[in-house]
Ligand binder design. Structure first.
Ligand SMILES: [Zn+2]
Length: 408
């Protein structure tokens, strides 16, 4: 099989999750009896460019139908992280009314609004019409397009200047033509400019058994080695890296520019990846076995609770929740409903396993004995918001890195 990024034949699969429904394909009540599409889901490592990737392609129009019914919900934690990032960039890059900040996958302007507030011109680019409208409505200039070299050249030809800063957060995992995406960034970046890219770190995925972050929308799982090689092939350079342990289970922010040179922090990450083998197949070999063990352990925990007559709900109707429920085989007998703060998801059902999605009030109203935190990347925030449930005797289960009841 051929690598999606470097084109060399010989990617090596290391995890097969079997056939899975689309993880964002929430089911309307009237469609519960109908057929549900499932697609194979396998993950592989490219020994040539070190890119971890899934093997299956699901057509973009199937993944992101036009009536894609909801906005990404941003947690308070993520909004605060974004704001700190923006303020820091304004200061360290001396951004002003003459600068331009471009964000790729800018959504509803959740990040760029911080620059607008400080009078720094921005351009958001996002393929989702409703989100782009919401951004423009609040004064964050945005256009509704997929980003790539073609759009970058079109913008430059149309008089948009090159950008001092380009931000791409949690998008480099989703782009089928990653080479065109990076080539577009190179074209659009001013000579002394900075690109920052954030993505969950593949090392956390593997080390903490975060297999539920694997789904059809996520084509790539990034490391410093993989990003460094990708940038080099496009004449860009990875210069620096920052780590955020609490964000999405462990996130790296890559700093990329036209200039060569590596900070000691980046050198340390690259050396560490070479030492642990993140850049070679052996690191990934035992992963499937650990994922299988998690499945066995979580099923055993939930089955024994149910056998004791305890009730179990789950929190978080996001994509990773779907991967967890479907791979582990958690049906409505084991977990009877799922709660989510996002009102657009309430009233729908989980893909594949079909639990109804209710508002978070259901935790206090229905008082399940245990709640499985599918959105474990926000577990502190969730437990903080749901003190009433905990005080009423509710207990929490966290599924990764191994299933565990949290003592409260
Ligand atoms: Zn490759």
């Amino acid at each position: 099989m051929r690598c999606r990024v470097c084109g060399v034949v010989g990617v090596r699969p290391f995890l097969d999750l079997g056939k899975m429904p689309l993880s964002d394909g929430l089911v309307r009540p009237e469609n519960l009896q109908g057929p549900e599409l499932t697609f194979a889901l396998e993950v592989a490592f490219c020994p040539n460019c070190a890119m971890v990737q899934i093997l299956q392609d699901v057509a973009q129009e199937v993944l992101f139908p036009e009536d894609y019914p909801y906005f990404s919900s941003f947690s308070d934690q993520l909004l605060a992280h974004s704001r700190r990032h923006a303020l820091n960039l304004v200061e360290t890059r001396s951004l002003s009314g003459d600068s331009l900040v471009v964000e790729l996958a800018s959504n509803d302007g959740y990040l760029l609004q911080n620059f607008v507030e400080l009078g720094v011109p921005v351009l958001g680019i996002d393929p989702a019409p409703a989100q782009v409208k919401a951004a423009n409505d609040k004064g964050v200039r945005s256009i509704c397009r997929f980003f790539g070299l073609e759009l970058a050249e079109e913008l430059l030809a149309g008089g948009t200047g090159q950008a001092e800063v380009i931000i791409a957060n949690n998008v480099c995992a989703h782009v089928p033509d990653l080479n065109g995406f990076v080539a577009g960034m190179k074209a659009l970046l001013a000579p002394g400019g900075l690109i920052t890219i954030e993505n969950p770190y593949v090392r956390d995925l593997i080390d903490h058994c975060e297999f539920d972050t694997i789904y059809h929308e996520h084509l790539f799982y990034h490391s410093c080695t993989g990003i460094a090689r990708l940038m080099e092939r496009h004449g860009l350079h990875l210069n620096h890296v920052e780590y955020f342990a609490e964000l999405h289970g462990g996130t790296l922010r890559y700093h990329v520019s036209h200039q060569a040179g590596r900070t000691p922090e980046l050198e340390a990450y690259l050396a560490d990846e070479a030492a642990t083998g993140v850049d070679s197949f052996r690191y990934y070999e035992g992963f499937a076995q650990r994922v299988e063990q998690l499945r066995v352990d979580l099923r055993a925990l939930l089955s024994s609770l149910r056998a004791q007559g305890r009730t179990v709900a789950a929190y978080g109707a996001a994509a990773k929740g779907s991967t967890m429920l479907n791979y582990v085989g958690i049906d409505g007998d084991l977990v009877s409903f799922v709660v989510d703060r996002n009102t657009h998801k309430q009233g729908l059902h989980m893909p594949g396993t079909h639990q109804p999605i209710l508002g978070v009030d259901a935790l206090v109203e229905q008082r399940p004995d245990f709640t499985l935190i599918l959105a474990w990347n926000f577990k502190e925030e969730i437990m903080g918001q749901q003190r009433g449930y905990t005080e009423a005797g509710g207990q929490w289960i966290v599924p990764v890195p191994h299933p565990e009841v949290i003592a409260s």
